[in-house]
Design a protein around this ligand. Sequence first.
Ligand code: GLN
Length: 435
Amino acid sequence: MRPIIPDYLAEVLGDVESDTSGAPAEYIPELAAAEPERLGAAFAMLGGEIYGAGDIDIEFTIQSISKPFAYALALSDRGFSPVLAKVGVEPSGEAFNEISLDSKTGRPLNPMINAGAITVHSLTGAEDLTPAERVERALQGLSAFAGRQLRIDEAVCASEMENAHRNLAIAHMLRSHDVLTEDPGSVVDGYVRQCSVLVTTRDLAMMAATLANRGKNPLSGEQVVSEAVVRQVLSVMFSCGMYDAAGDWATQVGIPAKSGVAGGLIGALPGQLGIATFSPRLDGHGNSVRGVSLFERFSSDMGLHVMEVPAASRAIVRSNHVVGHGPEALRVLQLQGGIGFAGAERIVQEAESISPSDIRVALDLTRVHSIDDVARRMLLEVARRLTLNGHDVYLVDPESVIPDPKPGDGGRVTLLDDVNRAASHTATVGGGQTG
Ligand code: GLN
């Protein structure tokens, strides 16, 4: 069988190939010389598979796509408070290189525009690092996200530094407001080095997949940053990742994303996959023209918009019936699927309607494949309240979907592997503890 996903990717690349609008970034001479026809797209799945088509192994500089990852490293290395005290999380609606600070707080508006990203670079690694050690920390951190050792393109770096007047102006402004406390020149130099790290489309897809996978690189298995850091980073990517096109992007594509002026573009879909595209011609916002088209296609073809309302899931309460007669009678709530808050609410309603005369009640989780934290707590509370109302409660949980169930004060459950065993079971175990 021909592989389905690479065929699909090749087909979509074919559809956008003829669009030659836009131009490679010109303010960095080395980037202006990029081969404009390059085109590639890759999907990295959370199981570690990578699917791609086109130029997915050509290296180019990461540029602004380093910003969310550097932000993740700073949050990880310094903690949230010191970073949030210096860089906000509000969309700016401005170009990436705007010389601007929040008029009220005096901080850069967010970590995705240059003012914020230059500040964030100064916050990566421990406080007492030298500028060279800070660059090394950023390089190693980006490498951990990619799952391979990355390196810096010295030519692109030198080329950008020769023309870094605007970023230097931003850094001096930051220094004058004490947002930066170090030498503005060395911080810009470090930031430009961070932007000059070479990556392939394949690397970028894997870096995005690491964010989609709660901070754990799907290939190396390394937990690069914590889940709390990932949530912060994805939120900021969603609202600010595409600069002054962030609103259009959020409505039309709806995937937390980040672009770079070398033509890369990434999207991270929480719990699903990392996506990366590469095409050097940029639009007026500094986003890859064909990259934006590719993401629009991916999002609509595959329903990847994060605000897409999921297909109605099968009813969580599969059945509510009684087996057996007389004192042996057992009321069984047979549950199914993945249970979150809304599903647990259905179970609560069902449990509230159980008659006091149905003494023995079983919550059958045999067909439940997952249960999130709030739903688990709600289910145990259901068990506790049923016990307090005089019921004998059985939890049928052969796969240990709820490991070590403790219904808490006054609650009591008997744990069983098979609902048929509950039908004949009489003795309950516990008494305020687990059964
Ligand atoms: N190094 C570039 C700059 O600071 C990154 C910009 C970008 O990719 N949008 O100008």
